[in-house]
Design a protein around this ligand. Structure first.
Ligand code: GAL
Length: 897
């Protein structure tokens, strides 16, 4: 599918008649992201509200307030805030008659927490982003817990109040001041100086409030934010509180509106024509005449700052009515553009459009919009970017950052992407909600293609307190804020309006999909829309409403020998039928291989098949809650990696897909609800690579010379027993030796993705594999039986970090034997300690059923490894130590600058 340029703008302008058409506007393939950054010399100020917060969480309602009573709960007698919250959505609601009236009175209820006089001195001091639930402790009484394993067994429910002062200097008087919240989980409501201003229920979207008229000069403006996060609101760990950044933006009354630019481009021959729309807002009481000038710079890929100027849009003058908006539409050409595309074959080149608004000869505002230029083609025969046919080597990612919870941390988000890139991942599906905006800046810069997804449910619920409760009121504003915030990002290549929604079967699903697509395409018509399918078939009406087709698990079917233990009938494969019914629509897998493992746990016997379901005593161990790292076991609903690779390689029209999942995440500990985190990542929750990491690297990053052998070779008590050996490598030939004896030389056959020697008998000593590619040596690896643990060993991912209280380093501890070899099944409890100007933020070991709270300095090694996450609060030397009885302790130094 080639998206039609032009349609968007026509509709866009029809919807926004107050926009002034200055130059002709032809929209094409879109790409850009506004950085919202401050510029030197700009009157625009964007202040991050990171410190100075006081916080308290109440497990039950302390204030008798509720957004709206939840139908399943006994919530009578509460004061309903909904009429004060709904008007926040007004600017995102098209029809005037659907907009909400702002109540003329404040809520008739006394709320102590919003008052300046309230004594919050014993409340907790917190920094935002803040996730109140992540410190735990974990609930461990299973189904009796208020939050079960499904949502991570952490105390994410309850009401949290955040309070903070805001200052308004004499020079701020007369400015327009906006509070911008990148994400608040959930049902946030905002008061300034005792007056309710608005709020936003959906915790994953960004929103803003104009608080200008509620502030007074001085330092004692009281901002109070109430969060009401219900239990049972989703299918995974949501996090809780002000878990993304909160900003205060101060601008002159005439300024570029929030999310007020939109850049698209079309490549023709050696040049790209760039179309630019800027929406100007005038909050003054009289009309204002401004001149707008926008220049385009190449972005220096090393420092992210503007480098060479490459083009300018013609400057325009416009009159903006009092308390009104106007848009300017203009175009420019860039010769020989440097395109944005995913590495390794392409580079993520970016541009920056800097907009200057001049009023009376003075700069009234400046605004930066980062964008990239690329062409996307979606067809029945596959996907291309900049003319290169690529398959999605994608992963699904949840929003949590493991032991750090949902609180956004840039370095931790970058770490997730860095490890995924090492495996050869080129695309991320944001499952199943919009991410922190900074994550999209990372995907732009690093060159990951992104599916940006908005909903996991529509009207039919998946959990009793999920978005279905508010879909009717909020779907339009939520879709609009989602697209307006994100549509300039180069990395976003498609939008998803839903994941496995319950409405796929009947006509309701088709109708809702059509409505959501209309709303979305009016905001951006340059990318296709999908909704992942897991129950619709090609003959349903639902897929007809979608531009591209992403199937979750149903493409491959379940008719493979290893799955014959599952009840009949087993699912038939559906890719062919979808391709036949929709020969022009891009077809890919939005989720594949819901397969499960614990890092470096190996359970015997090993299935002889290339995939099998995890059962309580086969592939997994219900007593230890571990699943085998042979990477052959999957859920009852999906097949293993090796089978997925085979199917993808047999269907040339299939545009690849997205593994479920890139990293393990909190919640959804299928198949064992008694655990606390998911088993499905190629990287565990702590960031240690699971075996499957190398399976994917062998397929998706095949130039890496490696041969990864499993299992480890330290099995006291297994002597004489069959212990199969598998090797992941991109080589085409491999020979395995046990203590020098060949176990056979294997040549890779078509549709084989691992070498396996199923009849190896365990004897202590040395396992050695040599691999070859095209007859030449490729890589080798040796695994030896270790002796008893002797000492601890620490390694830091970063030895130098910024002393800004946010930068992090990750320190792994392992046990070595006297010869310096890692003892693979070490399970001692290690105590971490730290001296110097830093702190241990959290520890983890990646085991899905470890219930020790994350802030604990004591952590049991899981299969030989544990992790401490360290940050620096001021410059200096930080010494981190690890000890456990009987072993030499270890120490290392981190420099904080
Ligand atoms: C899918 C769903 C995901 C996740 C996955 C496996 O059906 O879309 O959100 O639940 O299964 O855990």
């Amino acid at each position: 599918m080639r998206l039609r340029p032009g349609r968007l703008v026509g509709t866009f302008l029809a919807l926004l008649p107050w926009w002034l058409l200055v130059t002709e506007f032809n929209l094409c393939s879109a790409i850009a992201s506004q950085t919202d950054g401050n510029q030197v010399d700009s009157p625009r100020e964007r202040i991050r509200l990171r410190t100075g917060w006081k916080f308290w969480r109440f497990e039950s309602r302390p204030d008798n307030l509720v957004y709206e009573p939840r139908p399943y709960a006994n919530e009578s007698g509460l004061f309903v805030l909904k009429p004060w919250i709904l008007p926040t959505a007004n600017e995102f609601i098209e029809k005037t008659e659907n907009r909400h009236e702002v109540p003329s009175e404040d809520p008739a209820i006394d709320i102590p927490y919003v008052k300046d006089s309230f004594d919050d001195s014993d409340w907790e001091d917190v920094k935002v982003p803040h996730d109140w639930a992540i410190k735990g402790p974990f609930y461990t009484n299973g189904d009796e817990s208020p939050i079960t394993g499904q949502m991570g067994s952490l105390p994410l429910h309850g009401v949290g109040w955040y309070r903070r002062r805001l200052s308004l200097s004499p020079s701020d008087v007369g400015k327009s001041i906006y509070l911008e919240i990148d994400g608040a989980m959930s049902y946030s409501a905002v008061w300034v100086n005792g007056k309710i201003i608005g709020g936003w229920p959906y915790g994953y979207n960004s929103y803003h409030l104009d608080i200008t008229s509620h502030l007074k000069e001085g330092d004692d403006n009281m901002l109070a934010i109430r969060i009401d996060n219900p239990p049972d609101s989703g299918r995974w760990y949501t996090g809780a509180g002000l878990y993304r950044n909160v900003w205060l933006t101060k601008v002159k009354p005439v300024h570029v509106a929030r999310w007020g630019t939109y850049i698209t481009s079309e490549i023709a021959g050696d040049s790209a024509s760039i179309e630019f729309a800027v929406n100007l807002e005038n909050k003054a009481e009289e009309q204002t005449n401004v001149t707008v000038q926008t220049d385009i710079f190449e972005v220096d890929s090393t420092n992210g700052r503007p480098a060479r100027p490459v083009a300018s849009f013609p400057s325009s003058s416009v009159i903006i009515p009092a308390d009104g908006q106007k848009s300017i539409l203009t175009s420019a050409t860039i010769q020989n553009p440097r395109l944005w595309g995913p590495p390794p074959s392409q580079s993520p080149n970016l541009y920056l459009a800097t907009t200057t608004v001049l009023h009376g000869g003075k700069v009234a505002d400046t605004y930066e919009t980062q964008f990239g230029i690329r062409s996307l083609t979606f067809g029945g025969d596959g996907f291309s970017i900049n003319g290169e046919r690529l398959r999605f080597q994608g992963v699904n990612q949840h929003h949590d950052l493991g032991a750090l919870g949902a609180a956004y941390n840039h370095k931790a988000a970058e770490r997730q992407l860095r490890l995924l890139r090492e495996a050869g991942v080129n695309a991320i599906r944001m499952a199943h909600n919009p991410p922190a905006p900074e994550l999209l800046e990372l995907t732009d810069r690093l060159g990951f293609m992104v599916i940006d997804e908005i909903f996991d449910v529509w009207k039919y619920d998946k959990n009793i307190a999920d978005f279905s409760l508010i879909f009717t009121d909020w779907h339009e504003p939520d879709v609009k804020t989602f697209v307006r915030r994100d549509r300039n990002h180069a990395s976003i290549i498609m939008w998803s309006i839903g994941n496995e929604v319950g409405e796929q079967g009947g006509s309701t699903g088709f109708d809702i999909a059509t409505e959501l697509s209309k709303i979305l395409h009016e905001e951006d018509n340059t990318r296709p829309i999908m909704a992942s399918l897991n129950s619709a078939t090609a003959s349903h009406k639902f897929p007809q409403a979608l531009d591209v087709l992403g199937l979750n698990y149903i493409g491959e079917g379940m008719e493979y020998p290893g799955y014959s233990v599952l009840p009949e009938p087993r699912r038939q494969p559906l890719y062919e039928s979808f391709h036949e019914a929709f020969p022009d629509k891009l077809l890919f897998s939005s989720e594949f291989a819901w397969s499960l493992s614990s890092r470096s746990s190996f359970i015997f016997p090993v299935t002889e098949y290339d995939g099998a379901p995890v059962l309580d005593h086969s592939g997994g161990d219900v007593n230890t809650l571990e699943i085998s790292g042979h990477e052959l076991y999957s859920s009852n609903w999906s097949v293993s990696h090796d089978i997925v690779f085979t199917v993808q390689d047999q269907l040339p029209y299939l545009a690849g897909g997205f593994l479920w999942s890139g990293w393990d995440y909190l919640g959804e500990p299928y198949p064992w609800p008694q655990a606390r985190s998911a088993y499905s990542g190629m990287i565990d929750l702590a960031g240690f690579k699971k075996e499957r990491f190398w399976l994917y690297q062998s397929q998706w990053n095949p130039t890496v010379r490696m041969a990864h052998v499993l299992p480890h070779w330290s099995w006291p008590g297994r002597e004489g027993e069959i212990t199969p050996v598998h090797v992941f490598t991109s080589a085409d030939e491999a020979e395995l030796f046990v203590n020098g004896k060949s176990q056979g030389n294997l040549k890779r056959k078509e549709f084989e993705y691992r070498f396996r020697w199923d009849n190896v008998t365990y004897e202590p000593g040395e396992l050695h594999v040599i691999t070859y590619k095209n007859g030449e040596f490729w890589a080798n690896e040796t695994v030896t039986t270790t002796s008893d643990g002797f000492k601890l060993d620490l390694t830091a991912e970063f030895e130098n970090i910024d002393a800004d209280g946010e930068d992090l380093t990750w320190i792994a501890v392992r046990v070595l034997d006297e010869q310096g070899r890692m003892v693979p099944e070490a399970d001692e409890i290690v105590t971490f300690s730290l001296s110097g100007p830093g702190e241990i933020v959290a520890t983890d070991n990646g085991f899905q059923a470890d219930f020790v709270a994350f802030p604990s300095n004591e952590r049991k090694l899981f299969n030989g490894l544990a992790l401490a996450i360290v940050r620096a609060n001021s410059p200096g030397k930080i010494v981190v130590a690890a000890e456990t009885e009987g072993f030499q302790r270890a120490e290392l130094v981190i420099e904080a600058v």
